[in-house]
Design a protein around this ligand. Structure first.
Ligand code: ADP
Length: 439
């Protein structure tokens, strides 16, 4: 400040001295005034330079100033640099924050007070068919076309989530997205979306499963309680009594088989897959299963089936003996139950060209139409419901076989020709196959 005053006084003194030299006292006053005006002009120019620099706020440029202007310039530069540092660190934090929301498995959309998209993460864009760049600034209700969503968005009750069909949802490819809006700030909205297709499917499957089990158990239970009531209330002959007891025992057996298959399935689902430790001779697996099959055939088929045990190759497979036995028995008993009496059944273990192995059961039964094949391993799915029940089927056999195959790293394959017969195979990968007497 003192410097500016000295500068001003010096300029006035110089100008008035110059005035005195060139005329009277009046010239001196005029010179002093001219000096003051000149100083004001010079000062104004410096102020303008500083303002121009402040407008650009470019801290990389350093125009030269002196005196109080240099101090003003330096302080402004410091303040601007501090602000720049703060903005940089806020930008980094914002970028990290957005990257975290981007990585979220849930969809996140930020809407302004008018319902226009401000920001959308990739998950939400994918679930709702939005473009994370081009759709910014668009009204959400114009892009998410579901009427359920429109009603929800235009209403004011956001206390619950709604369910809408995801992009490309079709009856064969279901896709369900849960959407909930959370208002915040001044009429702004945070919209969260979540793909609940798997949860919905699991829920439907659980409901279907409970309904199916109840249905399967209700029939034998009704029969059983009917006979119990009859035996309790009506006098019956010894022959009828034995007949009823026979039927009751049949229904009790049916329920026992159902419960046993359900327990097997839940054990298969709830236990770790068998390791590759136990090596089993394929002949040791096959022979007892074939013996049981012959026994079953002689009981339920007249004349019994012609059962051929193929023993071209004997080797070892690794896995759980009782699981493999249960899967093989299921396929063999199906062949016996669905092939008319006297029909032929061939079964055995084969080596596959890729080094894997296959247990096959080939029958000369009625065959299965192609449209049923993809659904055969669904629980309680039957092509012919009454035939399955008559022959003591639970509708869970092939579900068990598929599970066992998958737990051993393999799969269940089915080939069938209507009127000619079917071939069911459990295919195991090469890692589970060894020649006889492994090291
Ligand atoms: P189920 O206890 O009813 O036999 P599965 O799961 O073992 O149940 O089989 C499902 C359905 O597949 C059966 O109900 C039957 O319709 C069909 N199926 C299974 N094996 C054969 C076969 N060898 N020949 C013809 N149909 C079969």
């Amino acid at each position: 400040m003192t410097q500016r005053l000295i500068e001003l006084l010096l300029l006035i003194a110089l100008a008035s001295a110059w005035g005195l030299q060139h005329g009277s006292a009046g010239w001196a006053v005029a010179g002093a005034l001219a000096g003051a005006v000149l100083w004001t002009l010079l000062d104004g120019l410096r102020a303008r330079r500083l303002l121009r620099w402040l407008n650009k706020a470019d801290t990389s440029q350093s125009p030269k100033f002196s005196g109080v202007w240099a101090e003003l310039f330096n302080r402004s530069k410091k303040v601007i640099k501090n602000l720049e540092r703060k903005i940089d660190s806020s930008n980094v934090r914002l970028a990290n924050f957005l990257a975290a929301i981007q990585a979220s498995p849930n969809g996140v959309i930020l809407l302004d007070a008018t319902g226009r998209i401000e920001w959308v993460n990739l998950t939400a864009a994918h679930q709702l068919g939005l473009d994370p760049q081009k759709d910014v600034g668009q009204y959400i209700q114009n892009l998410v076309r579901s009427p359920v969503f429109k009603d929800y968005f235009l209403g004011s009750d956001f206390s619950n989530a709604i369910l809408i069909g995801g992009i490309g949802a079709r009856p064969s490819v279901p896709s369900r997205i849960s959407v909930q809006i959370h208002p915040y700030g001044h009429k702004r909205k945070l919209m969260l979306s979540q793909d609940v297709t798997a949860v919905e499917l699991a829920d439907t499957m659980r409901r279907d499963f409970v309904a199916n089990v109840s249905h399967e158990i209700r029939t034998p239970l009704t029969v059983l309680s009917g006979f119990v009531e009859t035996l309790q209330n009506i006098p019956v002959t010894e022959t009828d009594r034995n007949l009823y007891l026979g039927m009751m025992s049949q229904q009790a057996q049916r329920m026992q088989m159902l419960v046993s298959d359900l327990l097997t399935l839940s054990r298969l689902e709830g236990s770790p897959a068998p390791g590759p430790g136990d090596w089993l001779n394929t002949d040791d697996l096959l022979s007892p299963a074939v013996q049981e099959t012959r026994a079953l055939s002689s009981v339920i088929a007249q004349p019994p089936h012609e059962i051929t045990q193929v023993t071209d190759a004997v080797f070892c497979v690794s896995g759980n003996k009782s699981e493999l036995h249960s899967a093989m028995s299921n396929l063999l008993s199906n062949a016996v139950r669905y092939t008319p009496p006297g029909g032929s059944i061939r079964t055995g273990w084969l080596l596959r060209p890729d080094g894997g192995a296959e247990f096959f059961v080939e029958d000369s039964g009625p065959g299965i139409a192609a449209e049923h094949l993809p659904r055969l391993t669904e629980r309680f799915y039957r092509v012919d419901r009454s035939r399955s029940r008559e022959s003591g089927g639970t509708g869970l056999g092939l579900a068990i076989v598929k599970h066992v195959a998958q737990r051993h790293g393999g799969q269940l394959e089915v080939k069938s020709t209507m009127g000619k017969g079917s071939t069911f195979s459990i295919v195991l990968p090469p890692s589970r196959v060894q020649p006889i007497n492994p090291p």
